[in-house]
Each structure stands twice: as C-alpha cells, then as structure tokens.
Design a protein around this ligand. Structure first.
Ligand code: IVH
Length: 674
C-alpha cells in the first residue's frame, strides 16, 4: 500500500511541478485553475493518509504555519559574497567601462550580455541534490537573513528541480519582486483596512519577503527572476564545466531547469548593448514589473574571472540605470498658495533633490484632507515620485525617520497675502480666501487673463504683473487696457522700446474673439472648450451676461454646476464693472462665429474632396472651435456634407440619405469667413 501510495504521490508531485512551472514560470498554462486545484487536493489527501510520505519539497508544503519572532542570520558563501553593481547613467561611462574591460582582458572582440535590472530585493537560494534547501536576503553581502520559509511561498521558486541529472550543490541568486498590479491591489486592500500605504512595489516586496509570517508572504503573491548561478562546490562541476562556460549559457541552463530568468540578450558588442538600453527605456513602463535599468555583463566566465572584483563590485558587470522616478527627501516647510479663485493650496518646500533628470524643490499637497490622510508633517522624510505629470507628489512619509520634532500643518485662519478670513464650505475639500482685493488672487487672475490660451498678451509676464500690482497700477485684469506707455516706461527694467512692445501686445489682444475673452475671465469650471461653447451659443458678451441658468445648462457638454458658476459670476457687481472697463477700452465682445448667423454647436459635419482655402484638418479645427463635430462617415446623424473638388463616395451616400450639401463658399460663410 505504502509503495503504491509513494508512486502515486511522486507522480502527482511531478505533475503539479510541471504545471506550476508552466503557470508561474512560463506564463503558459495547459490546464485550468480548477484542474490544478484538483491535483493539489488529491496530493493533499494522499499525504494526509500517509504522513511519512509528506516531504519538504512537496508542492503542498509551500506555506509553512510557523510565525517566527525574528529572522535568523546566515553567512553567504565566503568565497562568493553577494556584491553590488557599479552604476552608470550615461553612455560615456559605459564606453569607459568597455575600455577598462578590454584593457584588463587584453582582447578586443568578446561578447556582452544585457538584461533588465529588476527593481526588487536580491536573494540567494541554495539547492542540494536538486532540492531547495535554504534561502537568504543579501544583507550586507556577507551575511543575510534566513528567509527560506518565505521564499518557498513564491510559486516560481522550484522546490525540486525535476531532471534526470543530479545537480549536487549549487546556489542561484536573483531578485524578488512584486508585479505592479499586485502592488496596487495590496495598497488598495491596506487602504480599506486603514493601514499605511507602501511607497512602491520594491518596498512592498522587501517588506513581504522579510515578513515573520510566511502566510502573509504567500498572500503578497511575490515573484522572482534568477540572474546568476554560483558554483563553487566541486559537486556542482557538472553544471559549470560541461554546460555553462558563460553567463548566457548558465541562464539557458537555469531556464531549462525550471527557474524563471530575465530576458538575457547575448552576443552583443557595445553598439548592441546600447540598442538594448534604448529598447528597454521605451518599453520600461509597459512591463508588468519595475526595472531601474539594465545590467551589462561580460559573458565569458574565464574573462569574468580574469576581471575579478573590487570589495564592492565585480569588474565584469555594470548597471546602466534609467533616471529614478522616486526619491527620498525632507519637507522643509509647508506654505499655502492662493489661486485666482481664492483657493488655498498647500505646497511642500522640499530639500532640493535630483529626480528623473531635474531638481525638485516643491510638491503640491492639494488640500488639508490630503495632508491629514498621508499624515505629512513639516520636518518629515518623505518619498516623492515624479509620475507622468511634471509636478511631483509626495507618496508617503517614512515614519521610521520621525524624531518627534516634526510639526503638523494647520491651514491658516487668515489669508497669508491679504489677511482676509479663510473659509471652507461644508463638504468641500478646498479652503478659500474671501478677500476680493487679495493681491495673490489678483496676480493669479491677471496671469491667467494674459496667458496663451486666454488673451495671449505677449511681453506681460509674472514679473511685470507683480510690479504693476505692487505700484497699484492694476487691481483687476481690465486695468491692463488702461495702462499708458509712460506708466510702463517708468517701471524697473523697462525702457521705452519695451514699454512700446507691451502696449502693442495689449492693443493686439483687444481683437481676440469672444471665446478667448470668456475663458480669460477665469470663471470656475470654464475651460477652453466651455468658453468656446458659450461664445458659439450666445455670440456676444451681453447675451452671455443675460443668459439664464436653463439656457446654459441646456448646452450639450455643459451641466448644472457650470451653469451655476457662470450665472453666479455675472451676478457679481465687481465682475460686471470689470467687463464695462474692458468695453470702454474697446475690447472685442463678440464672437466671430455670428457672421452667417448660424450656430455650429452640436452640428455634425463630414468633409469630402479637396478644399481650396484650407486643409481638411484646419477645417476640422475650425468647426470644432465653434462647437461642431467633424466625423468621417456620412450617416443619418450628419447635418452637413462639405463638398470640395473631386468628392468621393461620401457624396453618393449623402445624396441617397438626403444630407444637406455645402459648397466651400457656403461653408466658409458659415465659419464666419465672408
Ligand atoms: S547581477 C555581482 N543581474 O541589482 C552582482 N543583478 O544594484 C551581480 N539586480 O544586488 C548582480 N536585476 O540584487 C544582476 N539582472 C540582474 C539584476 C540584478 C536586479 C540587483 C541585484 C544586485 C543589485 C545591484
């Protein structure tokens, strides 16, 4: 009975190992999860019935029950400490590395390998007679922590190397990491449980693989890539002498043995290496896991031996690092900025730090609630991250660096710029300064008014605005139009010529169309698109001022809150006074859409054939800027077909459906060009 059970158990173990490898290492499963679970269930039951046949390397034994108080220290192989890698961030250094290598080995033609540098935690795993024996963290390179129980929970770690060959003792080293998706799930779960967030996948992986409870490690769904084979024992010479005389051969061998290895590119010269550097730089963010660079290695083991190592780094390898997107720095202060609507935004002053190629010294903190949620205090050491956008954000506080002298941030009760009361509407996250004459608000409003998408007044930058306001020459954007050349010439760093340039730019801006003026007013919720819609529907400033809530709300794409803020804006005397000031300076208050008297808002256009006066793209932009849409297929929904020279099949379809056709002149008239 025991013999047949033994055979049955061995068969099942081997089958499960095979499917674990397909699923977790090769990402190419042959059976469903349910079928896999069934195999595991059978094995578990047989092992329960025959406890003596339950071995440590059984797939059922991945998750141990034992929670430990501390991790035990272990020595790494003294003849092969776990070294680090020297880093380079540029091609010049890589060329220097290449020259050094050539000089030491005395050979000019040899191969490099290049592979991703996985951003995780370096570990070592020892195998004996094909069985996983123990594993450790890198630690200081000489001694690490025993994390055998945790490494066993990683399903891509083979507990037994299924092979006809006996491999004796050997060690592999690799990087434990967490896939981005898993990291997000872990953080989401922690948020639900009110636990602090991990700053990045690397920290999360590091915390998980060193956890004292292997069950938690198991739940964290870690993964591993093996990047080197260490063979110092004569038992293992089989691997070394017969199969692997180079890093790339060792990686192929390890792959065949069932280890998960990175994408190792072999047979490269320096140019080939640079191609791989470029390739990974662009696909880096699409990978399922984080990499922080590439590792370039001299492939041949004999050359590696000849090159040797310093006390810290091997001379046969180098890391080409991509610019870090994360960094650690200190919050020196938290100040508040006042925006044009009076919103107070806390901003962290940071100890300047180089991140992803530029120096960062500030990070926005959004609002009080955000600061409270992340518990950011003045004096804290924090993780900052530069994401897709330019403004960096604080990801989390490194609580272990707190000394107790850090100060909590309090939103000021009075505006630091004008002293007016700061209020926060119930249910809103934003605090606002209620001072109508607040200098910070005025400056921001004027900056917005002159900006590129608004009235686009060249030569009027932040420094000039500060001066004008400081000298009480402007108190709202409309005052810009009442400045004289003499007043401007009298300012610091302003000669007569530059004063004239400013006056000319201001003059030019008076003719901008209504939509720009509407946008430049800085009405809450009204961006470029909203302003275009309002101008195309109401056609003049007076119509817009008199529009009621319903008229605005009914515009496709706008909603009740926009309608509310527009009507609210035009109900304020100050705002109406400012518009009168603009009118008296002869600033254009009309839309240039209105000439043909047709509104394009919500109308669907299709263009066919070649237009004489503009490109199709241009026409599309013009239609869209007046609230219309341009599509490429004629359907029942199409309002107008614009017919140019040599029209295509769209004309036939339009004729069939009965779509209104416009020749180019009529179309131009509709756009307001004639
Ligand atoms: S080779 C002698 N290859 O990077 C060092 N390391 O900054 C041999 N790492 O400690 C290391 N991916 O933990 C190597 N493909 C890779 C790697 C890699 C990540 C880690 C490793 C090492 C650290 C050095």
């Amino acid at each position: 009975m025991a013999d047949s059970a033994r055979i049955e158990i061995e068969k099942l173990k081997s089958k499960i190992r095979y499917h674990e490898r397909l699923y977790y290492v090769e990402n190419n499963p042959e059976i469903s999860d349910a079928e896999f679970d069934q195999l595991m269930g059978c094995l578990r039951e047989l092992e329960e019935q025959n406890p003596k046949l339950k071995t440590d390397d059984s797939p059922t034994q991945r998750v141990g029950e034992t929670v430990v108080d501390d991790l035990l220290a272990v020595e790494h192989n003294p003849s092969s400490p776990m070294l680090s890698l020297s880093n380079t961030y540029n091609i010049d250094d890589l060329e220097k590395f290449d020259e050094r290598v050539k000089k030491i080995i005395g050979v000019n033609s040899f191969d490099y390998t290049a592979e991703p540098k996985i951003d995780g935690l370096g570990v070592s795993l020892v195998y004996k007679n094909n069985k996983f024996m123990s594993g450790a963290t890198r630690g200081d390179g000489k001694r690490g922590d025993n994390i055998s129980a945790n490494l066993k929970t990683i399903r891509s770690v083979p507990l037994y190397v299924d092979s006809k060959e006996q491999f004796g003792r050997f060690e592999v080293r690799g990087e434990v990491f967490m896939r981005r998706k898993t990291f997000e799930e872990v953080n989401k779960q922690r948020k639900r449980e009110g636990k602090p967030q991990f700053a990045n996948a690397r920290n999360c992986a590091a915390g998980s693989v060193r956890h004292l409870d292997p069950k938690i490690t198991h739940d964290r769904n870690l993964d591993i890539m093996i990047y080197s084979l260490i063979v110092t024992d004569k038992d293992a010479s089989l691997i070394q002498s017969q199969k692997a005389q180079s890093h790339s051969q060792a990686m192929s061998l390890l792959k065949a043995m069932g280890f998960k290895v990175p994408d190792v590119r072999a047979g490269l010269d320096l140019t080939g290496v640079l191609d791989v550097v470029k390739e990974y730089e662009s696909k880096r963010s699409d990978l399922e896991y984080e990499i922080d660079g590439l590792v370039i290695k001299v492939d041949n083991y004999n050359y590696q031996q000849k090159l040797g190592a310093t006390s810290k780094f091997p001379r046969w390898a180098i890391a080409f690092k991509y610019p870090a997107k994360q960094a650690t720095t200190m919050v020196v202060d938290i100040k508040v900025q006042v925006g044009r609507t009076g919103a107070l935004t806390p901003v962290a002053d940071l100890q300047p730090i180089l991140i992803a190629g530029s120096t960062v010294s500030r990070a926005t903190l959004h609002n009080e609630d955000e600061i409270a949620r992340k518990d950011i205090r003045i004096g804290d050491t924090v993780f900052i991250e530069k994401g897709g956008d330019v403004i960096p954000k604080i990801v989390s506080v490194i609580l272990s660096k707190r000394t107790g002298v850090e100060k909590r941030f309090r939103m000021p009760s009075h505006c630091p710029y004008c002293g007016s009361t700061v209020f926060r509407i119930k249910g809103e996250a934003v605090s606002r300064c209620c001072g109508l004459a607040c200098p910070a608000q005025i400056n921001e409003r004027v900056r917005h008014f002159v900006s590129r998408h608004a009235m686009d007044i060249e030569n009027v930058g932040p420094a000039l605005i500060d001066q004008l306001h400081g000298r009480k020459l402007i108190s709202d954007p409309a005052d810009i139009y009442h400045l004289t050349k003499e007043q401007l010439a009298d300012l610091d760093r302003m000669a007569e010529v530059s004063a004239l340039n400013v006056i000319n730019s201001i003059e030019k801006s008076k003719h901008r169309p209504l939509e720009r003026l509407v946008y430049s007013l800085g009405i809450r919720h009204i961006g470029v698109r909203g302003a275009q819609l309002l101008a195309s529907v109401f056609l003049s400033m007076d119509n817009l001022i008199n529009a009621n809530h319903k008229d605005i709300e009914n515009i496709h794409e706008l909603g009740p809150s926009t309608a509310e803020s527009v009507t609210q804006f035009f109900s304020q005397h100050d705002n109406l006074d400012m518009i009168e000031k603009l009118r008296s300076a002869k600033v254009n208050m009309f839309s240039d859409i209105g000439n043909a008297g047709v509104s394009l808002v919500g109308k669907h256009f299709v263009i066919t054939g070649t237009l004489k006066n503009m490109t199709r793209n241009n026409a599309k932009n013009r239609v869209e800027s007046q609230g219309g849409r341009v599509t490429s297929v004629v359907t029942q929904k199409t309002d107008y077909l614009v017919v140019g020279d040599n029209p295509g099949s769209k004309l036939r379809i339009a004729e069939k459906i009965g779509t209104v056709q416009l020749d180019e002149d009529t179309f131009l008239a509709m756009l307001g060009d004639v």
